[in-house]
Design a protein around this ligand. Structure first.
Ligand SMILES: [Zn+2]
Length: 415
């Protein structure tokens, strides 16, 4: 099973937007650009909402059938590990092996020595890599430090990969290795050694998700040094191209950008770089679609607005609890959060203006947006009341979901 060159992770918290997301994919196809949709939902999100991977698969299959969609699509077991992989085995054909928990913990001394010996050609001598200016020179100390930080993590990914392969059969699923939810970013040199270790473990990774320089907060703009990002992103692409040949990794191996929605400042950089390297890209978005559900609902006014206000008020009260699982991927300035009393006076237009990611609108509030990003637990607790409201305003919501995925994401990177 081979993942297409361009792909987009479209999370769907409540499993009700698969059709609208597919609309965006079909729109791209009508312009002769093939972007493969991958419905991703992590164990974290399933547990918060109370859904199962089979629910995602069912929602996707329904949308695919309704549209008689014949293109490639996948269902991703996002951020899984040994503890929770089994519940995803039947429903998924894409597995994001999350080994962030093991990064920074050293592997056994003998395994470290073997690894460094196997790759001694990369160490202590100038390396010329096509696409990287000048030469890379990795000292033995540096190589040891990188191996100590990442070798165990990749070994764990190997165990997880083999566990899945034993159940599903080699070649019947796509494997991604993700290390994005760590404290420290990985440099292009780290990436070189990580890919060497991935090849040693025999993981046919088709996507790799490093932690990039800068902050990738959920659902809002990139925060960081754009020049530095550009340099590292281009170098990562050069390293991947080199590693595919050097370590015999899958030819379609590409970068996966997690928390990739709404990073409008870096989309032109990524767009230019993947064209320059003729590389593929996987862009993971998830919560951005749930926020469009809220925008669509609030925008109709009336009971939709009332529910959207209620969800915010609840979230505001439960700030600590809701933010905790997302600590490394949100940054909310609480001083800038409107109180529920204020939000309860807002019109439909005011609510949508604060929430919709339109940086040219002075009323847009990224703190309000991030607060609501993690507030889907409140909606989940509303149960049928929430789902009924989504059904009631299906058309208005669907328009926002599709437009967001197509206009603000697919168009800016892939078209
Ligand atoms: Zn991630």
């Amino acid at each position: 099973m081979q993942l297409g060159k361009y792909s987009i992770g479209v999370g769907d918290r409540f499993g009700m937007q698969a059709k609208s997301q597919l609309d965006a994919i079909i729109e791209a196809r009508s312009r002769a650009v093939c972007v493969v949709p991958v419905w991703n939902k992590s164990y974290r999100e399933h547990s918060i909402i109370g859904t199962k991977p089979a629910d995602v698969r069912a929602a996707v299959e329904t949308a695919v059938r309704d549209y008689a969609f014949t293109g490639e699509y996948h269902v991703d077991a996002d951020h899984i590990n040994m503890k929770n992989v089994d519940v995803f085995l039947d429903a998924c054909d894409f597995f994001t092996l999350d080994v962030a928990d093991f990064s920074g913990k050293p592997a056994e001394a003998q395994a470290l020595r073997d690894f460094l010996q196997r790759h001694e050609g990369l160490v202590g001598r100038p390396l010329r890599i096509d696409g990287i200016e000048g030469e890379l020179c990795v000292s033995i100390d540096e190589a040891e430090a990188i191996a100590s930080k990442y070798l165990l993590a990749v070994q764990e990914a190997g165990k997880l990969y083999r566990h899945i392969a034993a159940k599903k059969g080699e070649g019947n699923f796509i494997a991604e290795v993700s290390m994005d939810e760590t404290d420290l970013a990985q440099t292009p040199v780290d990436m070189l050694f990580i890919l060497a270790a991935i090849a040693d473990e025999g993981i046919p990774a088709q996507t790799i998700a490093p932690k990039f320089t800068g902050r990738f907060n959920k659902g809002v703009e990139y925060v960081g040094d754009l020049q530095q990002f550009e340099k590292e992103f281009n170098q990562d692409l050069a390293i991947i191209r080199y590693a595919i040949n050097k370590f015999n990794l899958p030819g379609n191996l590409k970068l996966s950008i997690h928390s990739g929605s709404d990073k409008f400042a870096i989309y032109p950089i990524m767009r230019a770089a993947i064209r320059k390297f003729e590389a593929g890209l996987h862009l993971k978005t998830a919560g951005t679609s749930w926020l469009e559900e809220l925008i669509g609902m609030a925008g109709v006014g009336d009971d939709g607005l009332e529910m959207a206000r209620h969800i915010y008020a609840q979230a505001y009260e439960r700030f600590d609890e809701l933010c905790k699982p997302y600590a490394t991927v949100i940054d909310i300035n609480t001083v800038e959060l409107p109180t529920p009393a204020v939000v309860n006076t807002w019109s439909a237009e005011q609510y949508c203006a604060a929430l919709r990611h339109d940086q040219s609108n002075p009323a847009y509030n990224p703190n309000f947006r991030q607060m609501l990003h993690v507030a889907f637990k409140v909606a989940a607790e509303l149960g049928e009341d929430y789902l009924d409201m989504v059904s009631k305003y299906e058309v208005e919501i669907g328009k926002n979901v599709c437009e967001n995925i197509f206009e603000r994401h697919i168009k800016r990177i892939f078209l």
